[in-house]
Design a protein. Structure first.
Length: 443
């Protein structure tokens, strides 16, 4: 056992001294580690006040221990390997074995002590985005505290003054560390379990990366031209579905730590945004939506009654954000004569393949891909290719799910006669090409 002063250093001790009711930290709690990329079952609290826990898409919640009346967590900042989807692994920085880091769950009024150990090759800090805490705990390196040097452990102590959904990320070499995937979510449950309760509660954070095909590291100085659009550092078809029981009240908490906004759209339902990182929205100010824009550096939480069974697409509505790495700089060749173009291209590049003149549906096309990248569009459903990537997954609403069952229930069994179908009709005339207008224009 060592003294608090010994491992904190005097500067951090001074900045922490405003926290009242602080007790001596007897020892640093163990740092749990996760290496699985599928959603872990909800972590029901075994001590402290009770709450209905969240589940994190392709992630987990960080276990804690009680020390007196303090809830203690241990985050370890470290290099990790993250699989974006099968076939592509990326070297990122994260926490406790994963990027993003584990979700931290607590209850309004809890006193928390979060140990942060730095196993990165450079210094770091942790900022608690949206949380109302003392200035010396806010985690802006240089402004609120000294940076945490490699090998060192700092401790953050504060009271969870309000419930809601927040984020954590470094405020230390921020451009690099956030581009490398250092982020996670914080969920503070209301002290009153009857305040807006739900049956299922999902959380994830959005981040974007530029990882060129065949490489394993994000380009950290990229500002606009990203090619991997992720939810919890996963892309379709690697993002977990959201299994939901018919009739459940469902909450989805979405953080955005990428560098652009994402209009998030759910099919088959309307929902209301009920909470932001600023707090709960009064019921009188809520309105129905099917898409909600999640701005940069913000959280949007929506509540939805899952009263329409089926497989419902859930995705960012920017169509380039539902694509993966390849093919972003392809020219639009719709309507261009393939024969003439192939002749011209053939002179320059004998092996080239001219594509795109009838759209870019790639579902039935197989092209060899370079190592460690993902096709622009992929995924297969029960009726054929889904042709999506990036920020896309499926909310699967079923009648027969058990309360805490978050396993993928498989494809929806459509009731007979409820699927769009082909009818007998004369073959349509071939599509006209531009250059042969349907009518002579009268001037
Ligand atoms: Cu988007």
């Amino acid at each position: 056992m060592f003294s608090r002063r010994g491992f904190l250093g005097t500067a951090a001790l001074a900045s922490a001294s405003v926290v009242s009711g602080r007790v001596q930290a007897a020892s640093i709690p163990e740092a749990p580690h996760m290496d699985k990329v599928v959603m872990q079952p909800p972590l029901h609290p075994i001590s402290g006040p009770d709450y209905r826990p969240v589940v994190t898409l392709n992630g987990w919640s960080l276990p804690f221990r009680m020390n007196g009346d303090w809830k203690e967590f241990h985050l370890v900042a470290e290099p990790v390997v993250r699989e974006f989807a099968e076939g592509m692994k990326v070297n990122l920085w994260g926490y406790n074995g994963q990027s993003p880091g584990p979700t931290i769950e607590a209850v309004e009024g809890d006193k928390v002590r979060i140990f942060v150990t730095n196993r990165l090759p450079e210094y770091t800090t942790v900022h608690w985005h949206g949380m109302i805490i003392p200035s010396g705990m806010d985690g802006v390196g240089g402004l609120n505290q000294p940076h945490i040097d490699p090998g060192k452990t700092f401790v953050y102590e504060f009271e969870m003054r309000k419930s809601g959904t927040f984020m954590y990320h470094p405020h230390s070499d921020e451009m690099v560390q956030m581009a490398m995937g250092m982020m996670g979510m914080v969920v503070v449950h209301p002290r009153d379990p009857n305040f807006r309760p739900v049956d299922r509660d999902f959380v994830f954070v959005m981040s974007t990366y530029r990882v060129d095909p065949g490489t394993y590291l994000p380009k950290v100085n990229e500002m606009t031209d990203f090619n991997m659009w992720t939810w919890n550092a996963r892309v379709f078809p690697g993002i977990d579905p959201l299994p939901v029981r018919l009739g459940d009240k469902v909450r989805v908490r979405i953080g955005n730590l990428s560098m652009t906004n994402h209009p998030i759209h759910l099919h088959g339902h309307s929902f209301a945004v009920t909470c932001t990182d600023g707090g709960w929205i009064p019921e009188s100010a809520q309105y129905p939506e099917t898409t909600t824009d999640v701005p940069v550096g913000a959280v949007r939480v929506f509540d939805v009654l899952a009263d329409n069974p089926g497989d419902w697409a859930f995705h960012c509505h920017k169509s380039h954000h539902t694509m993966n790495a390849m093919g972003h700089d392809m020219r639009n060749l719709i309507g261009v004569s393939r024969k003439d173009l192939a002749k011209a291209v053939g002179k320059l590049a004998p092996d080239a393949m001219v594509m795109g003149q009838a759209g870019m549906a790639m579902g039935n096309m197989e092209m060899p891909a370079p190592d460690n990248t993902l096709p622009m569009m992929s995924g297969t459903g029960q009726f054929g290719p889904i042709e999506m990537g990036g920020m896309f997954t499926v909310m699967k609403i079923r009648e027969d799910l058990a309360r805490d069952d978050y396993r993928d229930p498989g494809p929806y069994q459509f009731p007979k006669g409820t699927v769009a179908y082909e009818v007998g009709a004369p073959d349509a005339a071939p599509m006209r090409q531009p250059g042969s207008p349907p009518h002579k224009m009268k001037m």
